[in-house]
Design a protein around this ligand. Structure first.
Ligand code: SAM
Length: 234
């Protein structure tokens, strides 16, 4: 008689993780659908090999610049498209890796990204990478302290990626909610697993907030995101 093997979660994750890896290896550069943009600057016809070289090079320096792992960049790219985001804000640009992934996603939605970096050298580098990716018309880099700059921005945003100082999440939230985050908007916080202690106040608050649905998830099976969806009806 056939015996059923017990479900092994670890093995399952290993296998599905492997499958995802195969898919992403097969298509390392996102395809841009030329006529899908709804407004904003038109999508750029770029050289896929050149873009791949840039992303590979930035990925290789990811550790030095504290940028998101490539899989998390791909996840942000997918999220921006799936949520049809139009007005995206990033806190903590570093050398622009996540900004480029989101910027490429915004080519399909016709949206724009504003990204803030406090460090002058990283800001300069990010601008040059964004230009190399031919995204300068879609991505605006601001040099400054995000705690100050967010207060100056009008918004409202429909997708916010919070990846600057981890202890600052609560202050950023207070500056964004309710006026600068639209109902139906997404707050996405990186390092919500490995650096949970540095943002404990934020994580506890957002999980209980009656206006948001919140999940913590990992694409890399290592660190991950705290994703919060603001209800359309409150
Ligand atoms: C984890 S890195 C961002 C990585 C980037 N999102 C990526 O994936 O490519 C955090 C960045 O936030 C910047 N940062 C820290 N505090 C900041 C602040 N108050 N305002 C703006 N940027 C800040 C740091 O200089 C650093 O470059």
């Amino acid at each position: 008689m056939e015996t059923k093997k017990p479900f092994n979660r670890r093995e399952f994750l290993k296998t599905t993780g492997g499958a995802l890896c195969l898919i992403t290896t097969a298509s390392p550069v996102p395809a841009v659908i030329a006529d899908a943009a709804e407004s904003g600057p038109p999508p750029v016809k770029r050289n896929p090999a050149q873009l791949k070289r840039l992303l590979d090079d930035m990925d290789a320096k990811g550790y030095q610049f504290w940028s998101v792992p490539r899989k998390d960049g791909e996840f942000l790219h997918l999220l921006v498209k799936a949520t049809r985001a139009k007005n995206v804000l990033e806190l903590g640009t570093s050398h622009g890796f996540s900004a480029i992934w989101m910027g490429l996603g915004l080519e399909e939605t016709g949206g724009r990204l504003t990204t803030i970096e406090i460090d002058k050298e990283r800001y300069d580098l990010a601008r040059s990478h964004v230009s190399e990716a031919e995204l300068s018309q879609r991505v605006t880099c601001i040099k400054g302290d995000a705690h100050v700059e967010v207060a100056k921005l009008e918004g409202p945003f429909d997708f916010v990626f919070m990846d600057a100082d981890k202890e600052g999440q609560m202050d950023y939230f207070k500056k964004l909610f309710p006026k600068k985050l639209v109902p139906g908007g997404i707050l996405s916080v990186h390092n919500a697993i490995r650096q949970a202690n540095s943002m404990r106040d934020y994580l506890e608050m957002i999980r209980k907030h009656p206006d948001f649905d919140t999940v913590i998830l990992s694409v890399t099976m290592d660190d991950g995101f705290c994703l919060s969806y603001r209800h359309r009806l409150s």
